[in-house]
Design a protein around this ligand. Sequence first.
Ligand code: FNR
Length: 430
Amino acid sequence: MTDGGQGGDAAAGPAGRDAPAPGTVPPAPVVTQARRPDDAVPRQLRGFLALDDFEPAARRRLPRQIYGYYAGAAETNQSRDQNRDAFRRIAFVPDTLRDVSRRSTAATLFGERHRFPFGIAPMGLSGLSCFEGDLVLARAARAEGVPMAVSATSIMPLERVAAEGGARWFQAYLPGEPARILAMVDRVERAGFDTLVLTVDVPVPGNRENNVRTGFSIPLRPSLKLLADGAAHPRWSLGTFARTLRAGMPHMENMDARRGPPILSRDLVRAVGKRDGLSWDHVELIRRRWRGRFILKGVLAPGDAREAEARGVDAVWVSNHGGRQLDGALAPLHALPAVKAAAGSMAVLFDSGVRRGSDVLKALALGADFVFLGRPFLFAAAAAGEGGVRHAMGLLGAEVDRNMAMLGVNAVGEVARRHVCDAHPPPGPG
Ligand code: FNR
């Protein structure tokens, strides 16, 4: 027998992060169905029991260069590895006998209710994970009722991901040039996005030696190595790459107000522009122009959270880019409590290293209002398309639901600081 059994579609309260006040009777429960019954999962997906199961499948499906770009990090991988280690250093302190039969995995962010407290982080070149990968991610997110951010370095125009995938969040990389910034912000607004994420931890690209070693580069440089690897992965070459090329050479679509150059073009670096001049003045400029929600992604310092709040930013997204930028940057989980304390009325979003429902709950306990994941959803798209991404979300949602029960909470908003502690406390006196 397994501990507590495998079943347990969640019977849920409607609270999201708004837990019922103590002593009040919560309204009638809403069933969230965090976990699908096993017979509702297509046979080809049944072997994927946890998010980490998608990575080996994606690795087999993708050419080495593409897999390496997705999985890789900067320099020594110190930050990427420490992102995972940070979760192991935190332990749960569960409450018992709390009647958790009315629990819900729903979470409210910016007044909007989502089915789960997690979403899909922006990822460049998602369109090479599977055919129309950006749309695949967006449709899966829409179907599962969670947010997904379209990346600036996508090969699909943001307008298409909005119109056909229902995406409402756009992530921008902006140069420190007011005219280009304002033109891009206006384009995003015209496309109907309501949330603008400005990524602030890429003043220059990170040092990804693994890309050099595998032969991956932006712009893509055709080589015998690439050709040979493509031939060794015919399913990807025909099903993703050739199908993509049939619609024309992919371009960098969302770096600027106007379409960028093809991904093979040597003009790419020039067209992208310099981003190392971006400053708080530009954040103010954007805030004055952009009427939607405005988020800064890649914040680790409490001082930056204070600066952001002073400029009317709506949320800070605590992240070290999954370890892909400044190698040695603090694991975001360790940065969370101090950023939360400095964030005032802003929401605090979080990513980097989340792989389990327990990780989601640890981040919530340490101050996150909402949690995002990158690589696992990309690997799920590569391994099994939209169904794979939806299955990944179902697995993660089921883990959140199950662990909420064992933690003694009914609503994600009830997850509190007292539910976690240092997993390796220093020895006490005597
Ligand atoms: C990213 N990330 C990223 N972030 C961003 O703001 N704009 C981008 O275009 C990209 N591109 C990108 C590509 C790939 C392949 C990966 C894996 C990541 C970072 C991403 O949004 C997120 O911060 C991390 O992926 C979170 O870490 P995990 O969940 O991958 O560990």
